[in-house]
Design a protein around this ligand. Structure first.
Ligand code: NAD
Length: 497
């Protein structure tokens, strides 16, 4: 299957067959490819080439740059099923979610094409006669992209589509767990570049296959003015100071610990469906996965009962075969989940589910029943992101207490409230409400749309990607004052003769 998919996506066999590093599928642990890890020298040579490509690409008019992204979007449309299947095969999310990830890539391409004609600045009133001021936006340079295993294609595209129309070249270090998806995206972009013609320089976009050392070459190099890094908070803690030490910029998209406040007035049918999708989808391996349910004490028992019933009906199995829950990424993720559940039990929490499934059929695939853990307090275990399907349940009495619980974790990515009380809904998204980058009303915390800015506060890193005015992150801002008079007045009324 892998050979057919890779062939259709246009990836040369030598790139995914001849390397020194085995790539396995979480579905069954089988090897699906071998890639060649790159050393420091190779990464530096790539940065040299990305610099040269940038110098040429920035001269291409922005709407023409948009045409390349449009062609790339067309390639994605043509190959949506193959790329979606590859995402499923390599990272284990179910096929519907694999397709959804590719759709997000298509959506951001559409947004970026329009944006390529809208890279606008301001005109600003000058205090001096015969002067005007304006703000201009210029391309930045080679952009370093580091991505996580659980979204192996879409976050790259969120960055890449905008960075390209903004006139930058790209250096992408994907997760070492999902390099084949990166090779496939590059192959589709190469096809779009061929169709586009000669004004797209050859090394406009490059993939760096490597582990954290390869990522460090990017973070440390002053020729890479912006590092956009998606992954764990641990990774962000390492990346951020290294980039800051050379005064580079970073966009950090790190871990989440997302809550739902479920009020007594809520539509419980909607809430239960939202809980199921957002806690169990992608086997709990989304940055926006629902990890904490903060439910009003008057409806707690009913809600927990209904969620347990819904969990019991969830199909677990091969992500290509129509199940709703696929495998965890690897044995380490499984062991981490088990150790957290064990600690919860020791602390007196009620644990429902969490057992390994299908071990006989897939001795090297780690499938689990999603777990529900009823806790009394928001302790250290709950405050930590465990990247697995564990839903903690806490109860509250008054809304302020629920808001305080929502905010009392180190992460600040996504959050939501289910209520039909307009005062609670408005309070949740007010200045005094949720402290997260994403705060939703009557919709779960995961499944963001491209049009908005995506990202979070606190230990989630503060970065924003995708829509709204995020394109500005990939450009440098310049303030211009132009004197069209024959005088030279100084600002602030200063006399200097
Ligand atoms: P990870 O932190 O282990 O790895 C992410 C990437 O960082 C990989 O490419 C890895 O090689 C690289 N890396 C690790 N250490 C590095 C270093 N010191 N310097 C440079 N590069 C380094 O994360 P993961 O296990 O692949 O992904 C899961 C995590 O990512 C979860 O915490 C999840 O919440 C988070 N995530 C966040 C978002 C978001 O948008 N906020 C999206 C997806 C995933």
């Amino acid at each position: 299957m892998i050979d057919t998919i890779m062939q259709r996506l246009g990836v040369a066999e030598t790139l995914y067959r001849d390397g020194n590093y085995a790539v396995t599928s979480p579905t069954d642990g089988a090897e699906i490819g071998r890639v060649q890890l790159e050393g420091r020298g190779q990464v530096q040579a790539r940065i040299d080439r990305a610099q040269a490509a940038f110098e040429s690409w920035r001269q291409v008019p922005a709407p023409r740059r948009g045409e390349l992204v449009r062609l790339f979007g067309e390639q994605l449309r043509l190959h949506k099923e193959d790329l979606g299947a590859l995402v499923t095969l390599e990272c284990g999310k179910i096929y519907q979610e694999g397709l959804g990830e590719v759709q997000e890539m298509i959506d951001i391409c559409d947004l970026a094409v329009g944006q390529s004609r809208q890279l606008y600045g301001l005109t600003i009133a000058s205090e001096r006669p015969g002067h005007h001021m304006r703000e201009s936006w210029h391309p930045l340079g080679p952009i370093g992209l580091i991505t996580a295993f659980n979204f192996p294609v879409a976050p790259w595209a969120w960055n890449a589509a905008l960075a390209l129309v903004c006139g930058n070249s790209l250096l992408w270090k994907p997760s070492e767990k999902t390099p084949l998806c990166a090779l496939a995206c590059q192959a589709l972009l190469d096809r779009a570049m061929q169709e586009f013609g000669d004004d797209a320089p050859r090394d406009l976009s490059q993939v760096i296959i490597g582990e954290r050392e390869a990522g460090e070459c990017l973070t440390d190099d002053p020729r890479v003015p912006l590092i956009s890094a998606t992954g764990s908070t641990r990774m962000g803690r390492e990346v951020a100071p290294r980039v800051a030490a050379r005064f580079g910029r970073s966009i950090l998209e790190l871990g989440g610990n997302n809550a739902m406040i479920l009020a007594p007035s809520a539509d419980l049918d909607m809430a239960v469906r939202a809980i199921l999708f957002s806690a169990v989808g992608t086997a709990g391996q989304r940055c926006t996965t629902l990890r904490r349910l903060v439910v009003h004490e008057s409806v707690r028992d009913e809600v927990v009962e209904r969620v347990k019933k819904a969990y019991a009906n969830v199909s677990i199995g091969d992500p290509m075969e129509g199940s709703l829950v696929g495998p965890l990424i690897d044995s380490q993720a499984f062991e981490q989940m088990q150790s957290v559940l064990q600690s919860a039990r020791q602390q007196g929490a009620q644990v429902f589910g969490g057992e390994r499934q299908l071990a006989d059929a897939y001795p090297n695939g780690y499938y689990v029943t999603p777990a529900i853990v009823e806790v009394e307090q928001q302790n250290e275990l709950v405050r930590n992101e465990t990247f697995a399907p564990i839903l903690y349940v806490l109860s509250y009495r008054d809304f302020d207490e629920a808001l305080a619980l929502n905010n009392d974790v180190p992460q600040g990515l996504s959050s939501c409230v289910f209520t039909t009380d307009v005062r609670e809904a408005e309070a949740f998204i007010s200045d005094l409400g949720s402290d997260c980058g994403i705060a939703n009303v009557n919709i779960g915390p995961s499944g963001a749309e491209i049009g908005g800015a995506f990202g979070g506060e606190k230990e989630t890193g503060g970065g924003r990607e995708s829509g709204s005015d995020v394109w500005k992150s990939y450009m440098r801002r310049q303030t211009n004052t132009v004197n069209y008079s024959r005088e030279l007045p100084l600002a602030q009324g200063i006399k200097f003769d």
